[in-house]
Design a protein around this ligand. Structure first.
Ligand code: FEO
Length: 171
């Protein structure tokens, strides 16, 4: 496997870690009583698994083998919702830098197919950062006030999820 495909394989790990991180944020927000924000982070975690699987499928389609590696344990608690969204935004910036680096590697290798595949992720990262940024801006505007946070929790609880638990296992 060449350097480019090793880096794409590592990106599966980074996306799965993103899912793990956002699920940890969901668990912490649930614990803090923000069920809507927890729901938003669960939906985000699901999207990250889709990102991971896009890279997974791409490696296979190109005739290479996927090798899954160990996942790091994510942080378990954040001071409040604002701190969680700050950490989410920082994490998305880190992922954007990784995607940009993959584009660089694809260009260096004259691998046009990989570069085109990565375009979706370049655009997606603009959205990922924008979403975290928008929510963070709202929290800052509201000064973390409890009644405003209650309304934000309700708003974020309406985010569509990609899949729901089977009826017999849902709570
Ligand atoms: Fe997979 Fe949130 O970027």
């Amino acid at each position: 496997m060449n350097k480019l495909f090793e880096a794409i394989n590592d990106q599966i790990n980074a996306e799965m870690f993103s899912a793990y991180l956002y699920q940890a944020m969901a668990a912490d927000m649930e614990d803090k009583g923000f069920t809507g924000i927890a729901h938003w982070f669960t939906a985000q975690a699901q999207e990250e698994m889709v990102h991971a699987m896009k890279f997974y499928r791409y490696i296979i389609e190109r005739g290479e083998k996927v090798t899954l590696k160990a996942l790091e344990a994510p942080q378990a608690t954040w001071k409040d919702a604002k701190a969680a969204f700050e950490a989410a935004l920082e994490h998305e910036k880190y992922i954007t830098a990784r995607i940009n680096n993959l584009v660089k590697l694809a260009r260096k290798a004259d691998d046009y197919a990989t570069e085109i595949m990565l375009h979706w992720f370049v655009t997606e990262q603009v959205e990922e950062e924008a979403h975290a940024n928008e929510i963070l801006a709202k929290i800052k505007l509201m000064g973390n006030a409890p009644n405003a946070m209650y309304l934000l929790d309700r708003e974020l609880g309406a985010r569509p999820v990609l899949f729901t638990m089977p009826a017999n296992t849902a709570d």
